[in-house]
Write a protein that binds this ligand. Sequence first.
Ligand SMILES: Nc1ncnc2c1ncn2[C@@H]1O[C@H](COP(=O)(O)OP(=O)(O)OP(=O)(O)O)[C@@H](O)[C@H]1O
Ligand SMILES: [Mg+2]
Length: 353
Amino acid sequence: MKSKKTTLRPNLILLFCAAVFLITTGSMLLIGSIFVLLIHMGFFIRPRPFFLFLAIAVSSILISTLLARLIGEKIFAPIKELNHATKQIADGNFRVSIKEEGTVAEVREMAHNFNRMAEELRRTEIIHNDFARNVSHEFKTPLSSIEGYATLLQSPGLSEEKRLEYASRIIAGTKRLTTMTGNILMLSRLENQQTGIERSAFSLDEQLRQIVLLYEDEWNRKELCLELDLPAVTYVGNEELLFQIWQNLFGNAVKFSNPGGSVFLQLLPEEKQITVLLRDTGIGIAEKDLNRIFEKFYQGEQSRNTPGNGLGLALAKQIVELHGGSITASSSLQEGTEFTVILPVPAEAEPSS
Ligand SMILES: Nc1ncnc2c1ncn2[C@@H]1O[C@H](COP(=O)(O)OP(=O)(O)OP(=O)(O)O)[C@@H](O)[C@H]1O
Ligand SMILES: [Mg+2]
């Protein structure tokens, strides 16, 4: 950035000085020659040097002003265009672009950078619009379900059984909304995280066991076969945030498993990194969905009817990256999915086993 500034100024100033010098000397020479010619042709008989000098000076100033204006307009035309386009951006119109041409390299580069900036603003605008559309779409379903069951609750002569059923559906809808707003808030907080995360030492294998217990009812109901390989590991990271990752990954593995399937969870501590591997024999992910599952609100085709908003993996990715790690997925439709999370061991901490 700095080096650009230092090359831009001298080049423009040099060009400007050269233009002024050429225009002034050129017009003086031209006017001078015209006067000499006129004297030779006898138009002036013995003119006084003072008047001759004055006439040449005044005519030169007039001509050089005219020429400078014409040349200046040509040189500064791209800057005028840029000024106009900048005003449009300031008014919120990001669909502007300017011509990337002109004699001065720096002006061309400035036009190119301006176009890149406008394109980036357009892209951000689209992302914002998509986000707002997704949020309102995800809110609509639970809200209309809450409204519907609340209306039914008002029906006269409702049996106790129906009353309880409608009330529990309202509670489920409310929980869905609470989880979603919590996830959206956390995502936006993490995306705007300027400072590093808070870290502390905690038992990672214990945390993973807690997650497995949290979903005990679900995997028992589906009669899933669980295989755990969790050697003792102390990790220095953000315990609360990392909990969110495992909760979503394990929750997904159970949610997208068919009854009688199996889930394998493994912890692999190494000197420089810790790998968490989660494999299931569930419905799998189609190839076209695989590279989009980490996007906000993205849900694979097979899973549109399962509860969720497609935020869990976006959150997981954000959290892993805040720890300097990576998360990847591989999958085969109807065969199963494997997620691999790699967390680097912070320089001052070594895994203890
Ligand atoms: N273990 C898995 N098996 C099959 N598909 C999966 C698995 N994990 C994720 N997916 C696919 O990736 C999509 C995105 O997952 P993600 O966890 O972000 O969203 P979700 O579980 O649908 O909703 P949320 O996490 O917000 O409750 C899922 O909708 C599903 O299509
Ligand atoms: Mg999920």
